[in-house]
Design a protein around this ligand. Structure first.
Ligand code: CU
Length: 338
């Protein structure tokens, strides 16, 4: 059973085992027989699917963001992370997907965004495992570990999946405070899963009056120093929904969100009563028993919009249909948080 630990509290062996699996996923081309521009690695499949999920034509004819700005934000990403974690383990990781605890400010700055882990947070990444050039090649003088895959020339982002951010992974340094425990506490104190209303309160960091979302999902996704903020705090590719899964921190970030949802569920909000029902009037894909694209099996009528030409997405037609109901109970999914 994969154990999900705080990313800042892994042992060196655990961290290296995880990073080795990640670079193997990046080196593992799923379709080597097609021309190079259409080849895609196991790692890049996640970026391609996340990009496509932002705008999917569904059977009722409407266009829906399958994984964001609605109730399915949490179950869609829970399924997405399960798929990622399966690949991590299949590529040799000894541990499950770690989570980025935003309230661990020191660990974030002194452990996570370092050359030996995720790389720096000030523009294009030049050193470590996520630089355009592999360790010990070109300008990347960082020492190459024995587990670096022979075929991986560096952490390179496909042109078709890079939007305006370029083929070298980038982040931007911004001097804003990360979440404090009070931010998390207030999110966890919301009792309704979905509520688009807002409330006025005093911000625990700035002391100013602010308007914050009232629902749990709404606040976790959009509230001060929660999901959206974390994306922007890292910046670069991570700062834009078109490109965020190119950066490994995306998965740590969403793992923390999944962990908070799991905790909230355990804490008196368990099961289908705490998710919009099939008669709730939410968009298709966002109600309890709606298939969540791409996990719709061979159902017809789902067409992801091609945000970019030639950004190949994997074929899910033979996979199981997955709904929010399928992922409601974390204990049935085979991972635990530590
Ligand atoms: Cu996100």
């Amino acid at each position: 059973m994969p154990v999900r630990k705080s990313a800042t509290r892994l042992t060196q062996e655990e961290r290296d085992s995880l990073l080795a699996a990640v670079v193997r996923m990046k080196a593992n081309i799923t379709n080597p027989d097609v021309q190079e521009e259409n080849q895609i690695s196991v790692f890049d499949q996640f970026e391609a699917v996340h990009l496509a999920c932002l705008n999917v034509k569904v059977p009722d004819g409407s266009n829906v963001n399958m994984g964001h700005q609605g109730p399915a934000f949490l179950p869609w990403h829970r399924e997405f992370l399960l798929w990622f974690e399966n690949e991590l383990v299949a590529h040799g990781s000894s541990i499950g997907l770690p989570y980025w605890d935003w309230t661990d400010h020191e660990g974030t700055n002194t452990k996570l965004f370092t050359d030996e882990y995720l790389g720096a947070r000030d523009g294009e990444i030049q050193r470590g495992y996520f630089a355009y050039h592999a360790p010990e090649t070109d300008s990347n003088s960082f020492s190459k570990p024995e587990w670096w895959p022979d075929t991986l020339e560096g952490w390179r982002i496909k042109e078709s999946l890079s939007h305006e951010f370029g083929t070298t992974l980038r982040r931007e340094y911004i001097d804003r405070p990360l979440a404090v425990p009070e931010d998390v506490r207030r999110t966890m104190a919301r009792n309704t899963y979905e509520d688009r209303g807002t409330m006025i309160e005093t911000d625990p960091v700035t002391g100013r009056q602010v308007r914050q979302p009232r629902g749990f999902r709404n606040r976790l996704e959009l509230g001060n120093r929660m999901h959206n903020f974390g994306h922007g705090w890292v910046g670069g590719h991570m700062g834009h929904p078109y490109t965020s899964p190119n950066d490994l921190i995306f998965f740590f970030h969403h793992c923390n969100i999944d962990r908070l949802w799991a905790e909230w569920q355990k804490n008196g909000h368990e099961g289908i009563a705490y998710y919009p029902s099939d008669s709730s009037g939410e968009d298709e894909g966002h109600k309890l028993n709606d298939p969540m694209w791409p996990w719709v099996g061979d159902a017809l009528g789902y067409v992801p919009s091609k945000l970019f030409e030639d950004a190949p997405t994997p074929d899910f037609s033979s996979s199981n249909v997955r709904t929010a109901a399928d992922v409601m109970d974390m204990s049935s999914l085979g991972y635990v948080y530590e």
